[in-house]
Design a protein around this ligand. Structure first.
Ligand code: ADP
Length: 447
């Protein structure tokens, strides 16, 4: 087992990893920008190293700075968290070339899954059901129009290098194709520096269902059921639950096995998530994320596992401590993402926290790096906390969420907490009857 792990991240996810390290008796090294000298992850880690100025490009994304911090601290492994360098295959290669361990999949698997066309192609060959669409990249408008006519409108044009809901445009009909195609390409170029796009059938009212996977890197793999992340704003998740209210035990077992077999075949190592759109009883693969996800705690809650601990174990060459037959769902869990944002426009709202009080009690987990007097810097993303509740069933989880949100105090900045109070009043949220468009429609009429 490692003696020391460096965490190449900040905020709540850095704390999440530090906590796992501490329980495993492993020393932790925090890295931070000059803007984060007072951050909680710096205070909580065993050691900390400043790696550069506020801009993420010069600190949390600076490979030389992070490699130097490893060298100085003597850390043997790097946990990337999510975001930043977590899905950067070149970084993984450099880490390995320096004789250090990257806690995550191989550079090759990250590369395959990071290119959405290659990912889809790979998954299709592994027997995973995919959204119908173009065979690969679509280079010309003429080709796009031909594919649109072939698969039938509406279609969605997506960036091969996409992520975070960027570079996606819907063409409702042939008349929209020219502008949607050009807009998707220019957004892809601007955001990802790569204007390659592909085309998929646009599903009208699907749910976003993702399967949590875990591989041991030697051909063993398990699944830990699904999360329903359909409540989204601008293709970004805001409320997630597990198990999915629309997924039956049989469906879970079927799609779970397909996914586990697929990643076992490629000898995938560590945590991964296979994302699907789900409509009329069918699953359609959209992408695979080769890292721990923001919403992983709801899976941890219902299965009673520590996914970060498992990541560290397999990275150190140990077997998984989980077997498929031992995994049983216990109750229901919900996560809400608390962002420092001002409603109704969700404008980022950094600033000083004058008072912070985390909710507690049975079945409540608050993953947050906030503290009284902390100043949220304006340079990074606006997620300031994840409130995760666990109940014996969905009704209890919803009641617990309402209760916990009522206890939470975040003064000094605006947050998305009022949104969740309002959503919990909605009959569709109470019954679990929503799809990927539900929240956008609701926001249009209610905010
Ligand atoms: P990203 O990597 O940018 O998050 P995804 O491919 O995971 O992109 O898609 C994000 C979201 O966009 C999905 O959860 C869904 O809401 C929407 N979406 C993506 N593909 C389709 C599609 N073929 N039909 C309808 N909605 C889609």
């Amino acid at each position: 087992m490692f003696d020391k792990i460096l965490i190449a991240n900040r905020g709540e996810i850095a704390l999440r990893v530090i906590r796992a390290c501490r329980e495993m008796g492993i020393a932790s090294v925090a890295v931070h920008s000059t803007a984060d000298s007072d951050a909680m992850h710096v205070r909580m880690a065993d050691e900390s190293i400043c790696i550069g100025p506020a801009a993420a490009s010069a600190s949390y994304l600076s490979v030389p700075a992070i490699m130097a911090a490893c060298e100085i601290s003597g850390a043997q492994a790097i946990h990337p968290g999510y975001g930043f360098l977590s899905e950067n295959a070149n970084f993984v290669q450099i880490v390995e070339d320096h004789g250090l361990t990257f806690i995550g999949p191989t550079a090759e698997h990250i590369r395959i899954m990071g290119d959405k066309i290659t990912a889809k192609d790979t998954m299709r060959k592994l027997g995973v059901p995919c959204v119908p669409g173009s065979e690969g990249g679509v280079a010309t408008l003429k080709e796009a129009q031909r594919i649109g006519d072939e698969i039938g409108y509406p279609v969605i044009i997506k960036a091969t290098a996409g992520g975070g809901g960027k570079g996606m445009k819907v063409a409702q009909s042939a008349a929209d194709m020219a502008s949607a195609f050009q807009n998707a390409r220019s957004e892809a170029k601007a955001v990802f520096g790569n204007d390659e796009v592909y085309i998929e059938k646009y599903l009208g009212a699907p749910r976003h269902i993702e399967i949590q996977m875990f591989g041991d890197g030697r051909g063993g793999a398990i699944h830990l059921g699904e999360r329903d992340c359909s409540l989204q704003r601008r293709h970004q998740k805001v409320f997630e639950e597990a198990p999915g209210p629309a997924i039956s035990t049989e469906e879970r077992a079927r799609i779970g096995k397909i996914c586990a077999d697929a990643i076992a075949k490629i000898k995938y190592i560590g945590a991964g998530t296979i994302e699907f759109l789900y409509e009329d009883g069918e699953f359609y693969f959209i992408e695979m994320n080769t890292r721990l996800q923001v919403e992983h705690p709801i899976t941890e809650a219902i299965y009673g596992v520590d996914l970060v601990r498992e990541q560290i174990r397999v990275a150190a060459g140990l077997p998984m401590s989980l077997a498929q037959d031992d995994l049983h769902i216990n109750g229901h869990a919900i996560e809400v993402r608390i962002n420092a944002e001002r409603l109704p426009n969700f404008a980022p709202c950094p600033g000083r926290i004058t008072q912070y009080h985390a909710p507690g009690g049975l079945g409540v987990r608050m993953d947050s790096a906030l503290y009284d007097g902390y100043t949220i810097p304006p340079y990074y993303d606006s997620l300031i906390g994840k409130l995760i509740v666990h109940g014996r069933d969905r009704t209890e989880a919803l009641a617990r969420l309402r209760r916990a949100l009522g206890e939470l105090i975040v003064d000094g900045v605006d947050t998305t907490v009022p949104l969740f109070h309002a959503l919990l009043q909605e009959p569709d949220v109470q019954s679990g009857d929503y799809n990927i468009h539900w929240l956008e429609h609701w926001l249009e009429t209610n905010l």
